[in-house]
Design a protein around this ligand. Structure first.
Ligand code: 6PG
Ligand code: NI
Length: 188
């Protein structure tokens, strides 16, 4: 393992792991994710802001090894729905993940693939969220500042975006009376 994979520096400001590339997701990349399509198109006519970026360290592959990623999700809303990540299942379904909140205030939307059961779990500084295997996960920023978090996962986890791209999550996280709320997605 390369020495610069054994020790990696980051700052909360840049939310970048060492010199690893940042994968950037802009509003246009999130087409189909937000419930309010009219609000999405209206926002896109105003510009194509950066919603989140992730840099990852992949020191080694193989059984028992770990990868990790540092994410920074900007604050904002489309309609009443908070800025969010695409969300995914791990390609290797049993792979769990640990999220460590480093800055800002948000939540993880977790949806069990087998039962469809949804849970909204706070993600913030000084807190750790366990994402079980077989669980679709999406991060939302419910605060006014950037949400910064570290995700640690088995090296063989992989990402499967297809199920969420097709069916989205069953619930949406919206602001109501100034507070985050989990509500069932309206059928189209
Ligand atoms: C992972 C983590 C995490 C995630 C980012 C971006 O498995 O790698 O869950 O690093 O990828 O939060 O979210 P999306 O991958 O859903 O765009
Ligand atoms: Ni993941």
């Amino acid at each position: 393992i390369a020495r610069d994979d054994l020790f990696v520096h980051y700052t909360l400001e840049s939310a970048r792991l060492g010199n690893r590339p940042m994968v950037e997701r802009r509003l246009a990349d999130l087409r189909g994710c937000f419930a309010d399509e009219a609000a999405f198109e209206a926002a896109l006519r105003q510009g194509n802001p950066l919603l989140y970026s992730v840099s990852s360290v992949e020191p080694a592959a193989g059984d028992g090894q770990l990868h990790y990623g540092l994410g920074i999700l900007q604050p904002g809303k489309i309609g009443a729905e908070y800025y969010l990540t695409k969300g995914h299942l791990h390609a290797h379904r049993p792979a769990a993940e640990i999220y460590v909140g480093l800055a800002g205030e948000g939540a993880m939307l977790l949806e069990d693939e087998a039962t469809g059961e949804s849970r909204l779990v706070p993600l913030r500084t000084h807190s750790v969220v366990y994402v079980p295997g077989h669980t679709a996960h999406r991060t939302v920023n419910t605060g006014a500042a950037p949400l910064v978090y570290l995700g640690i996962y088995p090296s063989n986890a992989g990402h499967d975006y297809a199920p969420v791209a097709k069916n989205n999550f069953r619930h949406v996280v919206i602001e109501r009376d100034g507070k985050p709320m989990l509500v069932p997605r309206e059928k189209k």
